[in-house]
Write a protein that binds this ligand. Structure first.
Ligand code: TLP
Length: 342
């Protein structure tokens, strides 16, 4: 039995999802006539409080569509220096949309209104690119799965809008944020013009993300999806799982958060491991290995049936999800104790 804490993307579809996937009514989504995709797009948009949404293969495509919808080639977007769009999307914004990212170093993933304003380029200087949009991430992955306090999100977004920028939210884990805050997901989404969220992470689906926003932004996003080769045909088989996920998999994220908390507290007590517990607010647990490398620690765990990811020379990430029970957390801690004392 392997305990897989590499990511919440390793989740398997639930039996209810598998059933829905085999019975969903299907059509050709490029013709716009897959009823299950159409239903998911309606439900997702309504849930996020947006006019429309478009179903995409991945969160990476969702962010790239966000870049392309909000910025022209030669323009710039502002994003956290540790954001997924800047670090982990193979420079799609530059390579595909011709858009440069201006990275801003933040305190734990929360950008202040002053930082937003300072990063906006003067419009009357021909040396500099025009700033088109602000990209935010919530929960913020590399900063530890931290949740933006709603007031801070509102303030950053207002600062951007005050400068004439549009706001895109990488909400790959926006439902983790809403559950942790105890607010409706639409309250979080309201701070952005467009939002990408993923069905394939904590919500347990095999694939799929939604790009949500105004009808106009989503229409443009649909054209970009086609351009990027992401328009698919009988995708209702995937959308069917998404509908089940939105119904059944959101509230239970609180369990993942509680498991992550127990795990983080246990790790922090082990000799040679330290975890900034203030950052463990959702289902991601980043911790530091004082002695030896993170890669060596990861390997020691792997040999004992526990999978995690070394994200840095001394840093490891564990992620809790639907496939992980509180008993697994205790087993994981026992394995880590063995590894640090080996
Ligand atoms: N994150 C993955 C890895 O790429 C790191 C993970 O295991 O956490 N935004 C955020 C905040 C993400 O964490 C991810 C995936 C994405 C976008 C991209 O989503 P996909 O994998 O669907 O392209």
């Amino acid at each position: 039995m392997v305990i897989d804490l590499r990511s919440d993307t390793v989740t398997q579809p639930t039996p209810e999802m598998r059933h829905a996937m085999t019975t969903a009514p299907l059509g050709d989504d490029v013709f716009g006539d897959d009823p299950t995709v159409n239903r998911l797009e309606e439900v997702a948009a309504a849930r996020l409080g947006k006019e429309a949404s478009v179903f995409l293969p991945s969160g990476t495509m969702g962010n790239l569509v966000g870049v392309a919808v909000h910025a022209r080639s030669g323009e710039e977007i502002i994003a956290d220096a540790e954001s997924h769009v800047f670090l982990y999307e193979a420079a799609g914004s530059a390579a595909v949309a011709g858009v440069q990212i201006r990275p801003v170093t933040t305190q734990a993933g929360v950008m202040s209104p002053e930082q937003v304003e300072a990063a906006v380029r003067p419009r009357d200087d021909p040396h500099v690119p025009l700033t088109a949009a602000l990209f935010l991430e919530n929960t913020h992955n590399v900063h530890g799965g931290v949740v933006w306090p709603l007031d801070a999100l509102r303030a950053a977004s207002a600062a951007a809008r005050g400068q004439g920028l549009r706001v895109h939210l990488d909400g790959a884990r926006i439902f983790n944020a809403s559950v942790a805050l105890g607010v409706a997901v639409a309250d979080v989404a309201a701070q952005a013009d467009t939002v990408t969220f993923c069905l394939s992470k904590g919500l347990g689906c095999p694939a799929g993300s939604l790009f949500c926003g105004s009808r106009e932004a989503v229409d443009q996003g649909r054209r970009w999806r086609k351009r990027l080769g992401g328009a698919m045909r009988q995708t209702g088989v995937l959308a069917a799982a998404g509908l089940i996920a939105l119904d059944t998999m959101v509230d239970r994220l609180a369990e993942d958060h509680a498991n992550a908390r127990t795990l983080a507290e246990g790790l922090d007590e082990l000799p040679g491991l330290s975890c900034d517990l203030t950052r463990v607010q959702t289902n991601l647990v980043y911790f530091d290995v004082a002695k030896g490398s993170a890669a060596k620690f990861q390997d020691g765990c792997r040999r004992r049936g526990l999978l995690g990811e070394a994200t840095d020379k001394h840093r490891v990430r564990f992620v809790t999800h639907h496939g992980i029970t509180s008993a697994d957390i205790q087993s994981a801690l026992a394995i880590c104790e063995e590894v640090v004392s080996a």
